[in-house]
Design a protein around this ligand. Structure first.
Ligand SMILES: CC(C)(COP(=O)(O)OP(=O)(O)OC[C@H]1O[C@@H](n2cnc3c(N)ncnc32)[C@H](O)[C@@H]1OP(=O)(O)O)[C@@H](O)C(=O)NCCC(=O)NCCS
Length: 369
């Protein structure tokens, strides 16, 4: 019978440090779970990228736990790591909440490892004085309505109640507060159709808007305006029943994240719409390129400020950034994006552009007494 111990992953200086075998085990267990959940390697991560995130804990405290198979010699073998827990504890806003992700290597499930990781994670969340905890469960396909499914409290979207994640979380009292749709856009695309969609949106938006682009480093000219977009992003995208307050961004926080992303070798392709009369940014969209794939990018945030909605800026910025992606990163074959199932405006744009449904997630919340 396997026995295991729960340990915290040390924040080593580099991924080559002797104690970093726990970090490599954490990474391996996470990647095993992702491959099992999705049947592809698009979300696979590297130890260096994970460590880079752990180095920056200014705005989130980030304990990472592992379940390590007991071994009399305590051999520094990453394969001894059977499961992991990721805990995020916001430090500036939303200090009432913590986010937990628990994963167990598929071959080692149903032995109690997930439960002991979860208990240890929850103890950290409680010790930090948090009154609620959130978690997610992934699914390759959203099940059709019917028996064996659970609907989100929003009324939109479902998960299969007997799948590993939903079963685990609902047994622990979590409520399914939202379902997200994952969608994939395949490249190359029809350039004429994309140009037409962009031109129509441009005509509708009118002469008050002009597109500006940058990569990972925000030009000083736009940093305050970009920080405001990020603040609004925290509450303007639908949150379902998830209890989160505004998460405030300023220039310092934007620069801190830039440094973190540089260490993690994550690259951004940001495209924004300037509102010319006020010289402020009205909207933005962003791709995130990852270090271990030149075929896959994440669609990161997209937002049109409330006061600029209804002018097709959403379609304009997304079509323009896809054109730019094809020109600047010709090896990219897939863009992956996440949207709340009730976010009909964003989903409408994505579907019109050619994004296809490719699974999703359940977003869960537990109030702690
Ligand atoms: C959810 C997950 C973490 C559970 O991990 P796990 O190690 O299988 O969890 P446990 O073994 O503690 O519990 C799972 C089941 O195994 C059962 N079990 C525990 N020990 C057992 C044993 N020795 N023999 C047989 N069954 C056992 C538990 O009772 C539980 O059964 P239930 O679902 O009928 O209640 C795992 O399935 C996983 O990694 N899923 C993907 C990621 C995910 O969805 N995470 C959850 C959201 S954060």
């Amino acid at each position: 019978m396997t026995t295991w111990s729960i340990r915290e992953v040390p924040v080593s200086e580099t991924a080559d440090a002797p104690e970093a075998w726990l970090l490599h085990g954490y990474t391996g267990a996470m990647n095993d779970g992702l491959l099992h959940a999705w049947g592809n390697r698009d979300f696979e991560r590297t130890a260096t990228e994970i460590l880079g995130s752990m180095h920056d804990q200014k705005y989130d405290r980030k304990p990472r736990l592992v379940a390590v198979a007991d071994d009399a010699h305590d051999a520094p073998d990453p394969d001894r790591v059977l499961g992991y827990a990721m805990i995020n504890l916001p430090q500036q806003d939303n200090t009432h909440t913590g986010h937990v992700e628990v994963g167990v290597r598929p071959d080692h499930r149903r032995q109690g490892i997930g439960s002991s990781l979860f208990d240890a994670a929850l103890a950290l969340v409680r010790d930090a004085g948090r009154t609620q905890v959130t978690a997610s469960s992934d699914q390759q396909v959203e099940p059709p309505e019917g028996p064996g499914t659970l609907a989100a409290t929003t009324g939109v979207g479902r998960v299969a109640i007997d799948a590993d994640g939903p079963r685990f979380l609902s047994k622990r009292g979590f409520a399914l507060e939202q379902v997200e749709r994952y969608s994939v856009f395949d490249l190359p695309f029809d350039p004429e159709l994309m140009a037409k969609q962009r031109a129509e949106a441009e005509a509708h938006a009118g002469p008050d808007y002009r597109l500006v682009t940058w990569q990972s480093h925000v030009p000083e000219e736009w940093i305050e305006s970009y920080a405001l977009l990020n603040t609004r992003m925290s509450t303007d995208a639908p949150l379902g029943g998830i209890d989160l307050e505004e998460d405030v961004w300023d220039a310092e926080r934007v620069r801190t994240l830039e440094k973190q992303y540089q260490e993690r070798e994550l690259e951004l392709l940001v495209l924004a719409a300037e509102h010319i009369p006020t010289h402020t940014l009205a909207a933005f969209t962003c791709f995130m390129a990852v270090p271990n794939s030149d075929e896959f990018v994440h669609q990161d945030d997209t937002l049109v400020l409330k006061e600029h909605r209804g002018k097709r800026l959403g379609m304009l910025i997304k079509a323009a950034n896809l054109q730019r992606l094809a020109a600047e990163r010709p090896t990219v074959r897939r863009v992956g994006t996440w949207n709340a199932e009730e976010n009909s405006y964003m989903l409408g744009i994505n579907v019109a552009l050619g994004f296809r449904p490719a699974g999703g997630s359940g977003e869960w919340q537990l109030k702690l007494s």
